[in-house]
Ligand binder design. Structure first.
Ligand SMILES: [Zn+2]
Ligand SMILES: [Zn+2]
Length: 159
């Protein structure tokens, strides 16, 4: 049965990321730590597709840290998507420089950098008013691989 015809699709275990949704860039562009409700929070800076962890290679404790950050982040992200009672609170958490979700994420991005150039994907609520300054240091953002970044802070805004 095709998945789109399955009325219970959302109640099933997620299937692995399809091959066509994985990054195939051959020159190792930087990666972005960004949670999009998938099980692997690593995306290619250039093609924005998912990067498999074995394509980078890092120790198991860092894999555990990335997985728990991903789940932690999804809690806020889902409350924001839910648009209910906690939307504003969740958005504030996702936007605040010193919120636990951003502190833990930025720390994980720093650790990822020991294995591959990596940036932290900063939440942006809409595309109507793109950020022009870094949420961490306030410097003007620049372009890298068509993404809007602060290189010293290892942040990509609106990834
Ligand atoms: Zn790619
Ligand atoms: Zn900065």
């Amino acid at each position: 049965m095709p998945e789109s015809k399955d009325p219970y699709a959302k109640l099933r275990a997620p299937s692995p990321t399809p091959l066509e949704d994985l990054c195939k860039c051959t020159d190792s562009p930087p990666i972005i730590l960004v949670a999009h409700l998938s099980s692997c929070p690593l995306a290619c800076m250039r093609c924005i597709r998912e990067v498999s962890p074995e394509a980078i290679g890092f120790p198991a404790p860092l894999a555990d840290e990335l997985a728990s950050w991903q789940k932690f982040h999804d809690c806020f992200y889902l409350l924001w998507l839910d648009s209910g009672e906690f939307k504003e609170w969740a958005r504030d958490q996702l936007l605040a420089l010193t919120s636990p979700v951003n502190r833990r994420g930025m720390q994980a991005a720093v650790e990822l950098n020991e294995h591959h150039p990596a940036f932290y994907g900063w939440f942006q609520e809409g595309v109507d008013t793109p950020a022009t300054t870094c949420p961490a240091c306030g410097s003007p953002l620049t372009k890298l691989d068509s993404r809007t970044v602060c290189s010293p802070c290892l942040i990509v805004v609106g990834a």
